[in-house]
Design a protein around this ligand. Structure first.
Ligand code: FCB
Length: 438
C-alpha cells in the first residue's frame, strides 16, 4: 500500500502550457525564437497560446485539486520574472506568487523547476550555454527567485533534463537553439551543470527547501549478444544516463565519452567538478522508454527500432521494468544517491473526446505498470519519495508541436476546454482509495 508520505503529482513546464508570451513584460526565450525558424516545429506550431494557462491557471489548479493530487511540478519562465537588465519583473513574479499561494492554500506541494529549457534570448545572443558566463547569470536568476519565493516552495529543481538542453539543443539541432556540433553539446553540458552547482549554492543561502536536479534516463538494450553490441550499449548508457549523473554524484565525467567523441573534451576549470557535485537533496528522474542499440563503426552506437513490442504514439518502446532496473543500478553505482522523485513519466496517444469522454486505456496501463515498477524498486531498497505523471495537460510538445498528447487531461485547443481522460479519473479513484486507507 502507498503511504501518505509518498507524493503523487502531475507535472508541466512553462513554455509548454502558459502562452501569453507578450504579457506583463515577458521577453523572448530561445524557444520563442526557435519556433519562428521554418521547419523546426511540426506544423509551424509554437507556445504563443499553448493552453493559455497564464490566464486559466485557476481552472488548472482546480483540476489538480479535483483529481486529488498531492503535488504539482511546474516551471518558471525566466523571461517573465527577470528583466533584460537583471532586475526583477514584479508583474511576472506575481503570477507565480499567486499560483504558489493558492496551491498551498489547497494543500498541494509545490515542486518548482527554474529551467525547463527556456533560456532568455538575450543571453543566447551572448553565447548562451556555450558561454561560461551563462552559468553565473543562471545563479543570479536562482538567487532572485529563491529570495522572492522563499517559504513557498517544497522542492527546488535547478535544471530539467540537461541532456536535452545540451545534446538536442546543440548536437542534433532538434531543440532550441538548434545547433549541430558535438563539441558545443559538451561545452553546453558543462556550463549547465556548473550552473546547477552555483545556482544550488545561491538557493541554499536563501531558502531551506530541498534542492535537486531532474535528469531524463533511458533503459538500453543491445540488439544482439555480440560483444560489439554489448559495448555499444555501454556507450549509449553513458551518453543517455551517466553523462549527467556521474558529474553530479561522482564528480567526474564517464570515461566512455572519450571513446564516443574522440578529441572532444569538456571545458573544465579548477573547482568546477566540486561545484557540480555539490550536495543534492534529491534526484529527479524522468523515464519514458527503452532504446535498442547496435555497434556502429563511425558513431560508436546507433539506435535501431525494436519489433514485436508495444510502442506509444511517439514511437517509444513501453518497458516499465527499465525504470525499476535503472533505479536499482543507480543505487549501486552511486553510494551517495539521494532520495529520488520520479518527476516525469507518461506517454503520448492520439486522444479524442467522444461523448464527453477520453478513453486513453493505453495510458492507464502505462501509468499503472510504471508505478508498479517504482514499487518494485522501493522493495529492493531504493528510496523513492514521489511520482509525477507527465503531464497534467496536453501541451506544446516541443518540436512535435500540439500533435502529441501527453496529458492526463485533454485540451481542446480551439476552445481551451479541459476534459479529464479516463487515466486521470482512474488516478483520482486510486488516490481517493489511498486517502481512505483502502
Ligand atoms: C521530457 C520533457 C517534457 C516533455 C516530455 C514528453 O523530455 O522534460 O517537457 O516534453 O519529455
Amino acid at each position: 500500500m502507498w503511504s501518505r508520505d509518498f507524493l503523487f503529482g502531475a507535472a508541466t513546464a512553462a513554455y509548454q502550457i502558459e502562452g501569453a508570451v507578450h504579457a506583463d513584460g515577458r521577453h523572448p526565450s530561445i524557444w520563442d525564437a526557435f519556433c519562428l525558424v521554418p521547419g523546426t516545429v511540426h506544423n509551424g506550431d509554437s507556445g504563443e497560446v499553448a493552453c493559455d494557462h497564464y490566464n486559466r491557471w485557476e481552472t488548472d489548479l482546480q483540476l489538480l485539486v479535483d483529481l486529488g493530487f498531492d503535488a504539482y511540478r511546474f516551471s518558471v519562465s525566466w523571461t517573465r520574472v527577470m528583466n533584460v537588465d537583471g532586475t526583477p519583473n514584479h508583474r511576472g513574479l506575481d503570477f507565480y506568487k499567486r499560483l504558489i499561494e493558492q496551491l498551498e492554500r489547497r494543500g498541494l506541494q509545490r515542486f518548482l523547476t527554474l529551467y525547463h529549457w527556456d533560456l532568455p534570448q538575450h543571453l543566447q545572443d551572448r553565447g548562451g550555454w556555450l558561454s561560461r558566463d551563462t552559468s553565473f547569470r543562471f545563479a543570479e536568476y536562482a538567487d532572485l527567485l529563491s529570495r522572492e519565493l522563499t517559504g513557498g516552495v517544497n522542492a527546488w529543481t535547478t535544471l530539467n533534463e540537461p541532456y536535452c538542453s545540451a545534446y538536442l539543443g546543440h548536437a542534433t539541432g532538434r531543440h532550441a537553439p538548434g545547433m549541430k556540433c558535438v563539441q558545443y553539446a559538451v561545452d553546453a553540458m558543462h556550463h549547465l551543470l556548473l550552473g546547477h552547482g552555483v545556482a544550488s549554492a545561491a538557493i541554499r543561502a536563501n531558502d531551506k527547501a530541498p534542492i535537486g536536479l531532474v535528469s531524463n534516463v533511458n533503459a538500453v538494450v543491445p540488439k544482439s549478444n555480440s560483444a560489439a553490441d554489448a559495448h555499444a550499449a555501454t556507450l549509449a548508457y553513458a551518453h543517455a544516463n551517466t553523462w549527467v549523473l556521474d558529474p553530479l554524484l561522482l564528480g567526474t565525467y564517464p570515461a566512455e565519452l572519450k571513446e564516443l567523441w574522440p578529441g572532444v573534451a569538456a571545458p573544465v576549470r579548477a573547482g568546477d567538478m566540486a561545484a557540480i557535485a555539490t550536495r543534492m537533496d534529491y534526484l529527479g528522474i524522468n523515464y519514458y522508454f527503452r532504446a535498442q542499440v547496435q555497434a556502429d563503426a563511425a558513431a560508436g552506437y546507433v539506435e535501431v527500432p525494436m519489433d514485436g513490442v508495444e510502442h506509444t504514439q511517439m514511437g517509444w518502446v513501453v518497458y516499465p521494468a527499465g525504470l525499476r532496473d535503472l533505479l536499482t543500478e543507480f543505487k549501486h553505482r552511486y553510494p551517495g544517491l539521494p532520495p529520488i522523485y520520479i518527476t516525469e513519466n507518461g506517454m503520448a496517444s492520439d486522444d479524442k473526446v467522444v461523448d464527453g469522454r477520453v478513453g486513453d486505456e493505453q495510458r492507464l496501463r502505462y501509468l499503472n505498470s510504471h508505478i508498479a515498477a517504482v514499487d518494485q524498486a522501493m522493495r529492493s531498497g531504493v528510496q523513492v519519495k514521489g511520482y509525477f505523471a507527465w503531464s497534467l495537460l496536453d501541451n506544446f510538445e516541443w518540436s512535435y508541436g500540439y500533435e502529441k498528447r501527453f496529458g492526463v487531461v485533454h485540451v481542446d485547443y480551439a476552445t481551451q476546454r479541459r476534459t479529464p481522460k479516463d487515466s486521470a479519473l482512474a488516478m483520482k479513484a486510486f488516490l481517493e482509495r489511498r486517502r481512505r486507507g483502502a
